[in-house]
Design a protein around this ligand. Structure first.
Ligand code: NAP
Length: 267
């Protein structure tokens, strides 16, 4: 029997790539978007879901279960970037980012668990970020919202293990997608004390995403994880240096690691 997979944010980038690969491999795939009407030619159905509006989360999951009678894999992929000097990012944007990357993602998990418990099986894959492993300058809010999702996954795994439901994190490095254009960028203000370092960091961040890897790499890893049955707690997908930065953070004294980050971001 084909497994039923729901991918939040299946309309572009990593989510779309995962959906297309899983479809090719014989899965029944559903994706989501805030504007499903914009994707009439998607190879798999795109349902309406906005992570900041809980009623849409509930109705999206109800639709999949009503149609398929089961849900085997949730890929909690939808997410949003945010950049800026923390001091200058409006409160409402900080909250919106957490509503999307953290609270919304938790609500999707909570909405699929009753069905997975009922069928006594399920796999939940949370797409986080390598930025979740360290507080990155001018990306502090993003690091924090994705870092919070990493930690919640660790806790959740232990709470749901008796129901034969598995959960894991997959942290991408830089991938060439629409993430930079969909990000909230705090404006580089003329009179800001952060104008020069933030402006330079923003340029670097955009270059990194533009020269990022092909999202198909993420799709291949997700496919392998689904095939393993019992996933690890964490996966990292990216260049050697991006993955190695997590190892360095673990083994180096904090101040040395901070110096490396400052050098890398030319701060
Ligand atoms: N690309 C990278 O370098 C990179 C690195 C680390 C982590 N990630 C993470 O990977 C995931 C996928 O990102 P991507 O790179 O593929 O970016 P993307 O091309 O911009 O795709 C983002 C997806 O999330 C959906 N989305 C955004 N805000 C949403 C909201 N409020 N409610 C529901 N859906 C929402 C978008 O759907 P609609 O706009 O159609 O609603 C879109 O399908 C994200 O969680 C991102 O943080 C990406």
């Amino acid at each position: 029997m084909s497994k039923v997979v729901l991918i939040t944010g299946g309309s572009s980038g990593i989510g779309k790539s995962i959906g297309e690969l899983l479809l090719e491999k014989g899965f029944i795939v559903y994706g989501t978007s805030r504007s499903p009407q914009n994707y009439p030619n998607s190879n798999f159905p795109i349902l309406a879901l906005d992570l900041t509006e809980s009623n849409t989360i509930k109705s999206c999951i109800e639709k999949v279960i009503e149609k398929e009678n089961r849900l085997d894999v949730l890929i909690n992929n939808a997410g949003k970037g945010i950049t800026g000097p923390i001091e200058e990012i409006p409160e409402i944007e900080i909250k919106r980012n957490f509503d999307t990357n953290f609270f919304g993602a938790i609500q999707v998990i909570k909405s699929v668990l009753p069905q997975m418990r009922k069928q006594r099986s399920g796999l939940i894959i949370n797409v986080t970020s390598i930025a979740a492993y360290m507080g990155l300058p001018y990306r502090g809010i993003y690091s924090a919202s994705k870092g919070a999702l990493e930690l919640i996954t660790e806790a959740f795994r232990m709470e749901i293990k008796d129901f034969n439901i598995f959960m894991t994190n997959v942290a991408p490095g830089d991938f060439s997608t629409n993430i930079a254009s969909g990000r909230y960028h705090a404006p580089v203000l003329e009179n800001s004390p952060y104008k020069i370092p933030y402006g330079n960091s923003l340029n670097l961040m955009n270059q990194h995403v533009n020269s990022g890897s092909d999202p198909i790499l993420m799709a291949n890893v997700i496919y392998k994880i689904i095939q393993t049955g019992k996933p690890k707690v964490h996966y990292k997908v990216g260049s050697f240096m991006q993955k190695f930065s997590i190892v360095l953070k673990r083994i180096l004294p904090d101040k040395i690691f901070e110096k490396l980050l400052l050098k890398f971001y030319k701060l």
